[in-house]
Design a protein. Structure first.
Length: 148
């Protein structure tokens, strides 16, 4: 009986962890994966960070074409922000870190809510929700984001 108990103590934990633990660990991972959706922009050549608290983005750049139409959105991963066009004269800017686990590149948008695909959590695209919202002004085709 003692040998069986010793066996179960040493064998059961790795078996349970192997069957349940690894998928659970992967689901809760906060590491950014290299696979990004089509609304992600990584390379930053037209965005100009004049100082640490402001960012200017030229929306004429083809990488920002999804923001030309209302409800268009973009995950700008090099600046860690989500952008969504609310109207002809308003673009909202949010931190792209999921409040639940911090994932930055697993977002989708349904027209009113951002959803992080790590766990399926949804966050409203308004500045009173869980996602950190930054002040943004649109002057012609230049979007200025104030991070202060």
């Amino acid at each position: 009986m003692k040998n069986r108990r010793d066996f179960l103590k040493t064998a059961c934990k790795p078996v349970v962890l192997a069957t349940l633990g690894i998928p659970l660990i992967e689901a809760c991972s906060t590491d950014e994966e290299t696979e990004m959706n089509s609304n992600s922009v990584d390379n930053d050549q037209t965005a100009q960070n004049n100082n640490s608290s402001k960012l200017e983005i030229n929306l004429d750049d083809d990488r920002f074409k999804d923001l030309k139409q209302v409800s268009g959105w973009l995950n700008f991963t090099s600046e860690n922000i989500l952008l969504v066009r609310i109207s002809d004269d308003e673009i909202r800017v949010f931190d792209n870190a999921c409040p639940h686990q911090g994932a930055r590149n697993r977002w989708s948008f349904d027209g009113s809510n951002f959803t992080c695909s790590n766990h399926g959590n949804s966050y409203a695209a308004n500045c009173s929700g869980s996602l950190r919202c930054y002040e943004a002004t649109l002057n012609g085709n230049i979007l200025t984001v104030d991070f202060s």
